[in-house]
Ligand binder design. Structure first.
Ligand code: NAD
Length: 438
């Protein structure tokens, strides 16, 4: 089957490479010529484990190719996926649909014969209807069915998530799309990944509701962690204790510095706006957004407390900048707010991230020093702060660190270590929601 994917970012490129790996014939399209040129030379423009091998294997087997030309890329495609960004619109928090609509217009003028146009981007309820309207308006002769197929992959584990999804959601209003979408996902369906067909509006809402629920779950355990610190309970044990209940589930119950990333912040905000516009506000998510926003900056106060109440002129080593490990994605990373608050309190910040430094330089506050490893960052530091739980921070050499820091203080915002172990190394230790280590 021939498939076109418009937008070759985290979602488009992973989807395209995985579809090709299923045996489909795939063209990935992007308007960014540098990105396409790099891909043609087998250089992957994003960091995603396993993606380089997957892309090069499928390119070699002539199942995957890249172009900047949408008319060329969609020629003969039975399914055309739209996987462009839908960031928060500046000023009001609604999802910005300008890129999706621009692609819809381009498809309308270039499409020949019947094709299913599939919204894979995360888009507000009613977008599939609007995409269909735009295509009809731009080219009344275009013969397309518009479907909604939200993506649930996580960066850092994107390929496994794509190939072994808990479910595939496909929204259709035109029955002709059902056969095409079944064929697209047939290889996964054979692996028993459930394929859930709904109407397009339901599919669109499933994506926002799923992300909002997960963001709320994280925010819930973060607030429970704060309470643990006040009452002398251990949030990790609370998480285990509630997570063993099948109705609750153990995932997304890790307390930390607040959620960030390319999806949760913008998607929770967009859901809040969709709900308000429809006179059906979702207060739980409005509160989730507000609590999470405040939380990130409050992490700097934790560091301040750990060093005795005053950060002015003190050096802080920040370990990990990306919003989570195994990605170079810095969009809405908690590190941005945390570092800004540290700087506001007068700290000198030295930071290290295993792969995110280049992206970090584009979005982090200015005036921080980027280091080549955790030990360079820790030299002369009054506090080491673990912001992102990259594997390489799980086994730091505390003997070496003790010899180079100004004060042996570790603030572990991801609860990577256990307090007794750190005490043995002679470090003062703060973490999230654990007795004696708050
Ligand atoms: P991204 O910013 O990494 O990639 C978007 C790409 O689209 C860019 O390369 C851009 O150049 C390209 N593009 C924009 N306009 C174009 C046009 N007119 N023609 C061709 N290419 C164009 O975005 P992403 O992280 O892959 O997210 C894409 C969508 O998927 C968003 O709606 C996002 O919410 C959703 N999503 C993302 C994730 C994730 O983990 N990143 C997970 C699930 C869903």
């Amino acid at each position: 089957m021939k498939i076109a994917v418009v937008g070759s970012g985290y979602v488009g490129l992973v989807s395209g490479a995985c579809f090709a790996d299923f045996g489909h014939q795939v063209v990935c399209i992007d308007k960014d010529p540098k990105r396409i040129e790099a891909l043609k030379q087998n250089i992957i423009p994003i960091y995603e484990p396993g993606l380089d091998d997957l892309v090069s294997t499928n390119v070699k087997q002539n199942r995957l190719s890249f172009t900047t030309s949408l008319p060329e890329g969609i020629e003969g495609a039975e399914a055309i996926f739209i996987a462009v960004g839908t960031p928060s619109r500046r000023g009001d928090g609604h999802a910005d649909l300008q890129y999706v609509y621009a692609v819809a217009r381009e498809i309308a003028t270039a499409v020949k014969g019947f094709a299913v146009v599939v919204d894979k981007s995360t888009v507000p309820v009613g977008t599939a209807d609007e995409v269909a309207r735009i295509i009809r308006e731009t080219n009344p002769d275009a013969d397309v069915a518009v479907a909604s197929n939200p993506e649930f992959l996580r960066e850092g584990a994107a390929i496994t998530d794509f190939k072994k999804p808990d479910r595939i959601v496909v929204g259709i209003n035109d029955e002709r799309a059902r056969a095409v979408m079944t064929e697209v996902y047939r290889p996964l369906y054979l692996n028993a990944s459930p394929l859930l067909f709904t109407d397009t509006r339901t599919a669109e809402l499933i994506k926002y509701a799923a992300n909002a629920f997960l963001a709320m779950k994280i925010t819930f355990i973060n607030e429970v962690a704060d309470l643990c610190e006040k009452v002398g309970a251990d949030v990790q044990q609370v998480s285990r204790g509630i997570g063993m209940d099948g109705r609750i589930g153990a995932k997304f119950l890790h307390a930390g510095p607040g959620y960030g990333g390319s999806c949760f912040p913008k998607d929770t905000l967009a859901l809040v706006k969709i709900a308000q516009d429809n006179d059906s506000p979702i207060r739980l998510i409005e509160t989730t957004v507000a609590v999470n926003d405040q939380r990130k900056r409050s992490m700097a106060r934790k560091v301040e407390k750990a060093v005795g109440g005053n950060l002015r002129g003190k050096s802080v080593a920040v370990l990990g900048l990306t919003f989570k490990p195994n990605t170079d994605d810095m969009r809405e990373a908690p590190a941005i707010s945390i570092v800004q608050a540290l700087l506001d309190a007068g700290a000198v910040v030295k930071a290290y991230d295993p792969v995110g430094t280049e992206q970090a330089k584009l979005v982090m506050p200015s005036g921080i020093t980027y280091c080549a490893d955790p030990y360079e960052a820790a030299e002369g530091a009054s506090s080491i702060v673990i912001v992102t739980e990259w594997d390489q921070f799980r086994a730091l050499d505390f003997g070496r660190l003790k010899g180079i820091v100004a004060e042996p203080v570790l603030v572990d915002l991801r609860n990577v270590y256990n307090p007794e172990e750190i005490a043995r190394h002679g470090f003062q230790y703060s973490s999230i929601g654990r007795p004696g280590a708050e």
